[in-house]
Design a protein around this ligand. Structure first.
Ligand code: SAM
Length: 246
């Protein structure tokens, strides 16, 4: 049987492509790409002429068995997403699960990833950390998710789009309070890479004065006293129950 290679690709700097990633993409029979046009630019740059097949969130159900079939018949597949590591807030996990189920070897390559790259320069303790990815879009769910996360002492790592980042940080000020350390890692590995470090309030002020462009990783310090937080919410719950009982 063929193998499934998981190949990370640069998150903004082509020099971050590894020798092994290039060789693997050259040697496999087919590359399963989140966006074939986007990946074609990468392939052209590194003179890779392997055929591509699209593999994205809207065709997972039909493509997964087709790719599995190829591997069972002896072909090797490399899976790539638009940028960074496949499966990390990107398509890939269904293919990995099915390959494992079918006894196909899954070979991960190390390489670029926005979350870890931002985390190591954030200055916030990386152990333990909790990778959340994209927060919910609707305000109510956003707030309830942040409240839930506020019970954790782990460092929190998020992905966010430029047009939502301000709204998210506003809610972080409200839920986490103004003292929590926050780091915005913007355009990591790119020409305009920038780290904004401060407490939630300072970071919000920066966002208010800035024309917000680019890609962001958001890193928040964990709650240093989550038990108190929990105790407080229990108190308010029992108070509410009490009121309802009365
Ligand atoms: N699979 C990718 C990875 O391993 O990092 C993540 C894909 S996710 C769809 C895209 C999000 O990652 C962006 O919205 C942004 O939050 C973050 N991101 C990607 N590249 C980035 C960069 N160069 N600088 C900062 N954040 C980045």
């Amino acid at each position: 049987t063929g193998r499934l290679y998981l190949v990370p690709t640069p998150i903004g700097n082509l020099e971050d492509m590894t020798f092994r990633a290039i060789r693997t993409l050259k040697e496999v029979d087919v590359i399963a790409s989140e966006d074939t046009r986007n990946t074609q630019k990468l392939l052209n740059h590194f003179a890779i002429d392997t055929a591509q097949i699209s593999y994205h969130e809207h065709n997972i159900n039909e493509r997964t068995p087709q790719l599995i079939e190829k591997m069972l018949s002896g072909q090797s597949v490399a899976q790539v997403s638009d940028a960074g590591m496949p499966s990390i807030s990107d398509p890939g996990v269904e293919l990995v699960k099915e390959a494992i189920r079918q006894g196909i070897s899954v070979i991960p390559l190390p390489g670029p990833n926005a979350a870890l790259t931002a985390l190591i320069a954030s200055g916030i303790s990386p152990q333990p950390f909790y990778f959340f990815g994209f927060l919910p879009r609707k305000k109510k769910e956003l707030v309830s998710t942040l409240k839930e996360l506020n019970r954790r002492s782990d460092t929190l790592v998020f992905y966010e789009s430029p047009h939502r980042i301000k709204q998210v940080v506003e809610q972080m000020v409200a839920v986490f309070g103004q003292e929590r350390q926050l780091v915005l890692a913007r355009e990591v590995t790119k020409r305009f890479e920038e780290f904004v470090r401060g407490n939630t309030d300072e970071v919000l002020k920066w966002l208010q004065n800035e024309q917000i462009r680019g890609e962001f990783v958001l890193i928040a310090e964990g709650n240093s006293a989550p038990q108190e937080e929990e105790a407080a919410s229990w108190e308010s719950l029992s108070l509410k129950e009490h009121v309802e009982a009365v």
